[in-house]
Design a protein around this ligand. Structure first.
Ligand SMILES: Nc1ncnc2c1ncn2[C@@H]1O[C@H](COP(=O)(O)OP(=O)(O)O)[C@@H](O)[C@H]1O
Ligand SMILES: [Mg+2]
Length: 143
């Protein structure tokens, strides 16, 4: 039997909402019976993407919103995290390990690398005013 389901969440880009966002995605994910490790993986990846919206997209200026859309199709969860902030000039460069545009030493530049390590696919598209990060996580069927 094929399972399909969707949900959408819109939240202000505030650090208090980061833990909330990752928990909501995890709660949605459990319906396709992931392992605890897979749940932790998606929480970690969502955390990184949401933190990027909070830290980089709106840059402390007027508070923006984060839209999170989730879709389950069979054994696959797809999460899209969107913001309407400044955009990423060079996505390929931004996704390289240790690349960061924040020079205070607070950022490690490993956000996208972590997302790639914990997800089956990470697809990023960005123009000024709109960035989308898509995370794909598959729950492999038991042998
Ligand atoms: N949502 C976003 N909006 C604008 N810029 C972003 C966004 N997400 C990531 N970036 C850019 O990509 C860079 C790399 O992101 P990441 O790998 O998470 O490292 P870090 O957050 O530690 O800088 C950031 O420094 C920033 O310039
Ligand atoms: Mg980051």
């Amino acid at each position: 039997m094929t399972t399909t389901n969707t949900m959408k969440l819109t939240i202000p880009a505030r650090s208090q909402n980061e833990a909330f966002a990752r928990s909501v995605v995890a709660a949605f994910f459990v319906q396709i019976d992931p392992t605890l490790e897979q749940v932790e993986d998606i929480k970690t990846a969502v955390s990184e993407a949401v933190t990027n919206c909070i830290v980089h997209a709106y840059g402390g200026a007027q508070e923006g919103i984060i839209e999170i859309s989730c879709e389950i199709d069979g054994d696959t969860l797809t999460v899209e995290i969107c913001d309407y902030g400044r955009g990423i000039d060079n996505v390929e460069q931004a996704m390289k390990p240790f690349f960061t545009t924040v020079s205070t030493g607070e950022r490690s530049g490993m956000g996208f690398t972590v997302m790639q390590a914990f997800c089956d696919e990470v697809n990023v598209s960005s123009v000024k005013g709109h960035t989308s990060v898509q995370l794909v996580k598959r729950v492999s069927s038991p042998c």
